[in-house]
Design a protein around this ligand. Structure first.
Ligand SMILES: [Zn+2]
Ligand SMILES: [Zn+2]
Ligand SMILES: [Zn+2]
Length: 141
């Protein structure tokens, strides 16, 4: 499937109206298989859209289950495409994220699931960051 078709499909599946900013942001994610920050995407799109538009787009994508948030090894917020199992208000991205200290890229490692965390009585878990740090395949050679 071409990137353009994939973009159309994602917007339709998640019931998102088709705007040029949404199309371009999705394209940026489909063409870069790694976690991207707001700023990364602004840069990839040659600053064609203002910051507020980009933020809003990320926000609706997160809300609709298209992108999930990742806090990288430097505490920077990045996003990556969700698996097809995510939908509005239900994310299922319970996998390891990995930040490479050499190339600074953060990626999803979907094959490694976050183990179930059972907290002591009285705690209610809302978020859990499962992040590995080290060298990626490219950089460890
Ligand atoms: Zn998700
Ligand atoms: Zn690396
Ligand atoms: Zn992920």
């Amino acid at each position: 499937m071409s990137v353009t078709n994939k973009v159309q499909e994602l917007l339709q599946t998640h019931k998102l109206s088709n705007t040029s900013c949404r199309r371009d942001v999705l394209k940026a994610f489909l063409q870069n298989p790694k976690a991207l920050s707001h700023h990364d995407v602004e840069k990839l799109l040659n600053f064609e859209y203002d910051r507020v538009t980009i933020y809003r787009t990320f926000h609706s994508f997160e809300e609709k289950g298209v992108l999930h948030k990742i806090i990288d090894n430097e505490g920077l917020t990045r996003y990556a495409l969700c698996s097809s199992k995510c939908d509005a208000h239900h994310h299922h991205d319970k996998h390891l994220h990995f930040s490479c200290k050499e190339c600074n890229e953060t990626i999803c490692i979907e094959g490694i699931a976050i183990p179930d965390v059972i907290l002591p009585d009285g705690f209610k878990l809302e978020k859990l960051n499962f992040l590995g740090e080290g060298l990626c395949r490219k950089c460890s050679k």
